[in-house]
Design a protein around this ligand. Structure first.
Ligand code: TXA
Ligand code: MG
Length: 351
């Protein structure tokens, strides 16, 4: 399959291109498009064949459900039933934006889209290209992140091309995304709201609007115990993992630097390609040949925005051993560490 790659500039909108993309989607084809979080791989959410194509293109296990992207509030009632009042309050505050809500699904949503579940994940993205595409197609768009399953999510169109060129119909390129980490997922289908995947919208931000919110205990453990498995099927897979060995080193600043410098020296002397992922503030503490500045601790958004690109870079540079600082923090830190810990297969060195 020849994948069309097209630039779409929101300041000079190309209506023809948008109509062409919409037509592909209406015929059951696949179009990758930017959202404010990461690039998504879109297909008609109500067409089981389109969903099947999404799973095939990504190499994704079919028990891992897709998020349905909408552009207006009417769509919510078409796709979900027994919508609690808290869902409307969250939508009021955070939509359009990086929040996905899990609700009970209506008959109209095929189980191929929900991975066999009786619930559906719904999100109204704020990126103008995503909005245009949903509107022009007149569809609800099932869209997982537009990466090969297991790879870091794409934060620019070039990442999508690397993973999916020749496997999908079109890639719409509107430049780098804003946030760089996938949406916060909150489950509102049960008795108590529960975060299934941390993201840009934090627990504190949700609680300000709807009161107490739990965090899926399965997120924290990284254990193989089936009772502790994450509730979002996608969170149980080892994701985002670079090919080399990634470890996170946690502790006081100087002790972390000392440990990383000792370990990277050993690897370099043994002839291995080695790298350190450090904050802007700390990068000068490291003696390793390759030190990657991932962003500033005073500006967690910059770390979130760079994380996936840095992980992809590690593979491109064929790095064997990677050591990263910890970026735990009160705000976005939870989402950053959730992804980084998964990428590291929960390998943490405490010093
Ligand atoms: O920011 C995002 O959410 C991006 C952009 C493209 O919108 N999309 C995204 O989709 O990250 P994906 O497919 O890569 O991740 C969806 C996650 C998976 O972990 C999946 O298991 C979970 O959402 N999920 C989807 N439907 C669910 C459901 N009904 N119940 C529980 N978890 C669900
Ligand atoms: Mg994904």
């Amino acid at each position: 399959m020849n994948t069309i790659i097209a630039q779409y500039d929101n300041d000079h909108r190309d209506a023809d291109l948008m109509r062409r993309a919409a037509q592909i989607l209406r015929e059951g084809g696949l179009v990758a498009f930017p959202t404010e979080t990461v690039y998504g791989l879109g297909g008609d959410a109500l067409n089981p064949e389109a969903s099947a194509r999404i799973y095939a293109a990504k190499g994704r296990p079919s028990d891992n459900p897709l998020i349905v992207h909408i552009a207006d509030m009417e769509a919510l009632k078409v796709l979900a039933r027994e919508i609690p009042e808290k869902a409307y309050r969250l939508a009021d505050h955070f939509w359009p934006g990086p929040l996905t809500m899990i609700l009970k699904k209506t008959e109209i949503v095929p189980v191929q889209t929900t991975g066999g579940l009786d619930t559906v994940a719904i999100r109204m993205p704020s990126h103008p290209t995503a909005y245009e595409l949903i509107r022009t197609s007149g569809l609800y768009l099932a869209a997982p992140s537009a990466n090969t399953s297991g790879r870091p999510s794409p934060t620019e169109a070039e990442h999508v091309r690397q993973d999916l060129d020749g496997r999908i119909d079109m890639i719409i390129d509107s430049g780098r995304v804003d946030i760089g980490l996938e949406s916060t997922i909150v489950d509102l289908s049960g008795d108590e709201p529960m975060i299934l995947r941390p993201g840009y919208i934090t627990k504190a931000m949700l609680e300000e609007v709807i009161g107490p919110v739990k965090i899926d205990p399965g997120l924290l453990s990284g254990s193989e115990d089936p009772h502790m498995r994450p509730k979002a099927p996608g969170m149980k897979y080892r994701h985002y993992a670079p090919k080399g060995s990634l470890s996170i080193v946690e502790g006081k600043r100087d002790a972390v630097a000392e440990t990383i410098n000792r370990l990277t020296k050993e690897h370099e002397e043994a002839g291995h390609r080695t790298a350190v992922i450090a904050s802007e503030e700390n990068q000068d503490l490291y003696t390793c040949e390759r030190v990657i500045d991932i962003g500033s601790r005073d500006h967690e958004e910059s770390i979130a925005a760079n994380l996936y690109e840095v992980l992809r870079q590690m593979d491109e540079d064929q790095i064997d051993y990677i050591y990263s600082e910890s970026f735990a923090g009160a705000g976005l830190g939870a989402a950053i560490m959730n992804r980084l810990l998964k990428a590291a297969g929960h390998k943490v060195i405490r010093v």
